[in-house]
Design a protein around this ligand. Structure first.
Ligand code: ADP
Ligand code: MG
Length: 326
């Protein structure tokens, strides 16, 4: 049963890619990739740690899926098309059943987006998965956090808060039929918004993905753009599943401060917004939730029924005092 490092790589990760731009993949000392002229490379890396980014008893396939999803979400936020990835895998033990589940979740999402695993590293240690994804954008434009202007309209994709609610369903072992299953799935299987990012690439003034909580991440966008934002809580898209299982106030808390959404937050100049919105072809909704303001850099003002609204707890920060992780 005990697999060597070489067997692990050969059996689970050395898969031939159908991508023509992988000149040399897994098996040599490094990968060689064909980069087309006239495009820019976009590179992102994310690490997920057992007990911090996923629960200790998580299904192996869900862990593999998540390792890719969180990285693809970053590429989506840049307006990039993903192409290649490398993976550093730290494993406490070489369990075949676990490895096969992990690889199935990993390649399920990688294949969907035609991302080739071209190299990596495999070591013994606590369960930690680091994935680096590279992709490309056309040379003329990519998305950044820093281009929003006062007056730009603020949008979010999907329904923020459902993932955090799904985590609560899992942690509290809540029953609740279809609604509970739906929310769990939203936490376990985030959908990277690659298609949305690609369509926003030349039209959004700013974009980022929401992973640490809507308000916390909106603040980052505001700081990068040198402006403020007003977030109208009444405009947040409602989740039927959350309404069924949670008090309205808890739902609001998840939407504003819960992590793991992996939705896109973006801004559009008001004159351009109607045409952009009507041209979007999407598998999820996008909702205007506020507007960028002249307010002090990095300040997010929340309004509910026109009145200032304060949330109980801000978003997730790994190094904030007393934070336990999500
Ligand atoms: P080296 O010792 O030269 O760094 P390794 O023995 O670590 O090489 O890896 C052998 C090959 O397997 C390399 O091509 C490497 O990129 C690949 N590899 C190792 N671990 C992984 C992994 N977890 N996923 C994908 N490829 C991997
Ligand atoms: Mg080597």
């Amino acid at each position: 049963m005990s697999l060597g490092e070489f067997d692990i790589i050969a059996r689970y990760f050395a898969r031939k890619s159908t991508r023509g731009d992988v000149l040399l993949g897994v098996g040599d000392d490094a990968a060689v990739l064909d980069v087309q002229p006239g495009r820019k490379l976009v590179v992102a890396m994310d690490t997920i740690v057992e007990g911090v980014h996923f629960l200790a008893d998580s299904d192996a396939a869900d862990i593999g899926y998540r390792a890719i999803a969180v990285n693809l979400s970053d590429l989506a936020a840049m307006g990039a098309e993903p192409a290649w990835m490398t993976m550093s895998l730290s494993l406490p033990r070489a369990n075949e059943q676990w490895l096969s589940g992990f690889a199935s979740g990993l390649f399920e999402l990688a294949d969907e987006y035609n991302v080739a695993l071209v190299g990596g590293d495999t070591v013994r240690g606590p369960l930690v998965v680091t994935v680096q994804i590279a992709g490309w954008v056309e040379a003329d434009a990519w998305l950044t956090r820093s281009g929003a202007k006062p007056g730009d309209l603020l949008f979010v994709s999907g329904i923020p808060g459902e993932a955090a609610a799904g985590l609560a369903v899992i942690q509290r072992r809540m029953l609740g039929g279809e609604a509970a299953a739906f929310l769990k799935h939203r936490f376990l299987r985030p959908r990277p918004r690659i298609a949305l990012g690609r369509q926003l690439r030349t039209v959004a003034s700013a974009a980022m993905d929401v992973s640490d909580g809507l308000i916390t991440d909106l603040k980052k966008l505001c700081v990068a753009s040198g402006c403020g934002a007003q977030l109208n809580v009444d405009l947040l898209p409602e989740s039927a599943a959350m309404r069924e299982l949670f008090e309205a106030d808890d739902g609001l808390q998840y939407a504003l401060a819960g992590g793991d959404d992996y939705e896109l937050l973006f801004t559009l100049p008001p004159d351009r917004a109607p045409a952009v919105l009507s041209a979007l072809q999407l598998e999820q909704r996008v909702t205007q939730i506020g507007v960028m303001t002249l307010g002090e850099e990095g300040t997010v003002q929340c309004l509910r029924d026109g009145q200032p609204f304060r949330i109980k707890r801000a978003g997730y920060d790994h190094f904030a005092a007393g934070d336990q992780g999500s």
